[in-house]
Design a protein around this ligand. Structure first.
Ligand code: NDP
Length: 285
């Protein structure tokens, strides 16, 4: 059994991106620039944004943070997005989710210039992905695809099960796998028999948000498991918390040939793919 080291893979990607940025600036272009919009005080969002900004700095990507209070109106946020769309010094725009309840996230995402939409959430980019056109692909499923290709090589003909159908992970993951010529099943909360669906899958991607839901005895021996879930649960000792995925790791590791750990699997790849998308946005000029 091989543990898929997402952290090491992400570090290699980040080093390659840093070299590409150096090559770009050495050729006279400015450094790629990412505008990061953070609204409100959600502690997890603050941690994510801090990590993204630190990763940008390390890769030589300029990041411009726009922090706003939780009482920002939707009109004010749309005005900020419009200003960033017009700004030729901004290559990528990231609006950290979730947004406060008075703001319609879908409206804000749709207001971002699709060619600056480095999160890949704009309906135009979702449509490009679904129709096999080049565009921006959401960072988490893109990171999962990179890990799968690095581990298995060609995915064509593989039976893949994606558990979860969110616009951020499950749906784009399914589109990517279809484009990679896998045979794809998408499961969700109404799916009838997850153990049976899992038992015939060569690849299982769990993006559910339920701690250790996927059990080892569901899996086909020799399969590859990508665990997207990040769930905080109380430690057995009763003191403090720990992170677990959507897959019962130690059980699954006894059956699978390859599996991503949580943490250290998909999470680091998400940030690396954000940097890659920002570099791509800068190169589109
Ligand atoms: P959502 O809550 O948006 O989607 C969850 C999906 O799981 C839904 O499609 C839902 O089905 C399905 N689901 C819920 N319960 C069940 C069940 N019992 N059986 C089968 N399917 C079920 O979550 P996200 O896609 O945003 O995130 C999923 C997980 O991935 C979370 O743990 C999140 O923290 C993590 N995550 C990790 C990232 C990373 O960088 N590593 C980035 C993004 C997310 P239905 O549609 O029917 O409701």
């Amino acid at each position: 059994m091989q543990i898929i080291d997402g952290k090491a893979h992400a570090l290699r990607m980040r080093a390659d991106i840093a070299h590409a940025v150096i090559a770009r600036t050495a050729a006279g272009a400015r450094a790629p620039a990412l505008a990061v919009v953070l609204v409100g005080e959600d502690p997890a969002s603050h941690v994510y944004v801090r990590n993204k900004i630190a990763a940008c700095a390390e890769a030589g990507i300029t990041s411009i943070e726009h922090r706003r209070d939780a009482n920002l109106t939707e009109a004010e946020l749309l005005a900020l997005v419009a200003q960033l769309n017009r700004d030729p010094a901004v290559d990528g725009i990231l609006v950290q989710l979730p947004l406060p309840p008075q703001i319609d996230s879908a409206r804000v995402i749709s207001a971002i210039d699709p060619d600056k939409d480095v999160d890949g959430f704009h309906p135009v980019n979702a449509g490009r992905l679904a129709t096999g056109l080049d565009g921006f692909v959401p960072c988490t499923p893109l990171g999962c695809l990179r890990l799968l290709e690095a581990t298995l090589g060609d995915l064509s003909g593989a039976d893949a099960l994606v558990i979860g159908r969110s616009n951020i992970v499950g749906r784009p993951m399914a589109s990517l796998l279809v484009s990679a010529s896998a045979t794809v099943t998408v499961a969700h909360s109404r799916s009838r028999d997850l153990p049976a669906l899992s038992a015939r899958a060569d690849i299982v991607i769990a993006a559910v948000g339920r701690p250790e839901m996927v059990r080892g005895n569901w899996l086909k021996p020799g399969c590859t498991v990508i665990d997207v879930g990040i769930n905080r649960v109380p430690k057995e000792s009763g003191q403090g918390t720990r992170l677990v995925g959507d897959v019962a790791f130690s059980e699954a590791a006894d059956v699978a040939a390859h599996i991503t750990p949580v943490p250290g699997g998909v999470g680091p790849m998400t940030i690396a793919c954000l940097l890659e998308n920002t570099l791509k946005a800068a190169a589109r000029e």
